[in-house]
Design a protein. Structure first.
Length: 383
């Protein structure tokens, strides 16, 4: 693989970093959408804008070329729109999966002082998802469909993990402060853009194709909901192939009151969202079809005070905590083992004035009562 780099310019550029101890990265990143909004099933075009903020010097950047294996340069994260409790709803796989053996390459490009480069990337372009010869930029997916709604998006630019990236960047994190001053400083986890709004409108179509999967929609006039069935034949469907329910009217991406959002992706996860009228989360659950079930959960009372939180920990255990209100003190914590056979329960004891006294620790077997706890999975049959 040959690099067409002006040798003298490259040497002069890197020499600028040797005289600075600051972890200043002159390159910034921004994410934009091509249009104000999109309809369900429509190909979404994003623009990743890389800018050289240096007023005097040119700087090298890594850009996509023919690469079709390894880590992507650009990865997308989809966030909930709630501002107080903004969290990731879906992340794409950072690795390319083109099903080919030829690795291809990225390339180095120089940005002049204050110059910017706009690179298009696409979501829901499955016609070209595996077309590694011409459409590297289409290889973006969250692994699940994204239905109508208002979301916040971010893109991360991570040029690490390949020889070219290592040749021009000195990667650092908060615990490793040493830098190679002959290279451009770059955070080890890359550069992340600010938030960009993604508005996906409810389509009027009765048959949708999202990431090459067909969904048949049917309106429930009594509840004023729209039901989405995967690979449904004929009219209607059942709880077995029901994937999504929404209360969004046609041509809308949000409603002020009473929004209902439920999705169930078999063997992946289910998702339920309930909001306050201001759009903030009242209850959010991301859970799976096995015990322990909750992957991420939030719950707030009518005063928008948090009463519950659950997550899957990095060590693969599951954790839940409930809070007393209005004090916000911990009520109970539970740590579940990865296989759900053991739960450690920590209860927090307070006196009548709300002053903490002690904790008590007991053990439980959470999967014994999972059938009773999994009422949400029977919800569709009941509906």
């Amino acid at each position: 693989m040959k690099m067409q780099i002006p040798t003298l310019l490259f040497a002069l550029t890197l020499s600028n970093y040797a005289f600075s101890d600051l972890k200043y990265t002159p390159i910034s990143i921004q994410l934009k959408t091509e249009k104000e909004s999109y309809y369900e099933g429509e190909k979404v075009t994003f623009f990743v804008v890389l800018t050289n903020n240096d007023k005097e010097n040119s700087h090298p950047i890594l850009v996509p070329h023919t690469q079709n294996t390894g880590r992507k340069l650009f990865t997308l994260d989809l966030y909930d729109r709630a501002k107080k409790t903004r969290f990731i709803r879906a992340s794409e796989n950072p690795m390319l999966q083109m099903l080919v053996h030829d690795t291809g390459s990225v390339k180095i490009q120089y940005l002049k002082p204050l110059e910017e480069l706009s690179i298009p990337i696409y979501w829901n372009d499955f016609e070209n998802f595996y077309n590694y010869h011409t459409q590297y930029n289409s290889h973006h997916s969250f692994g699940v469909p994204i239905f109508a709604g208002l979301y916040d998006m971010r893109v991360t630019y991570n040029p690490g993990g390949n020889a070219l990236g290592d040749s021009i960047y000195s990667f650092y994190n908060h615990t490793e402060m040493e830098l190679d001053n002959s290279k451009m400083p770059m955070p080890s986890n890359g550069l992340t853009s600010d938030f960009c709004a993604l508005k996906i409108r409810k389509s009027a179509e009765s048959v949708l194709s999202i990431e090459r999967v067909k969904y048949v929609t049917q309106w429930d006039k009594d509840r004023n909901w729209c039901w989405y069935y995967k690979d449904s034949i004929g009219v209607g469907g059942s709880a077995i192939n029901l994937v999504h329910i929404t209360s969004l009217p046609i041509d809308s991406f949000t409603v002020q009151k009473g929004e209902y959002f439920y999705s169930h992706f078999t063997d992946i996860y289910a998702e339920y969202v309930k909001r306050f009228d201001n759009g903030e989360i009242q209850e959010y659950r991301k859970y799976r079809d096995e015990c322990p079930e909750e992957l991420y959960a939030l719950r707030f009372n009518d005063f928008q005070q948090q009463t519950y939180f659950a997550t899957k920990l990095p060590d693969h255990r599951f954790y839940t905590v409930s809070y007393n209100q209005p004090t916000g003190t911990k009520h109970q914590e539970i740590y579940y083992s990865q296989d759900g056979t053991l739960g450690v329960v920590i209860d927090y004891i307070y006196n009548k004035n709300g002053v903490f006294i002690k904790t008590t620790t007991t053990q439980t077997q959470p999967c014994i009562y999972i059938d009773e706890h999994k009422k949400s999975y029977r919800l569709m049959e009941e509906l």
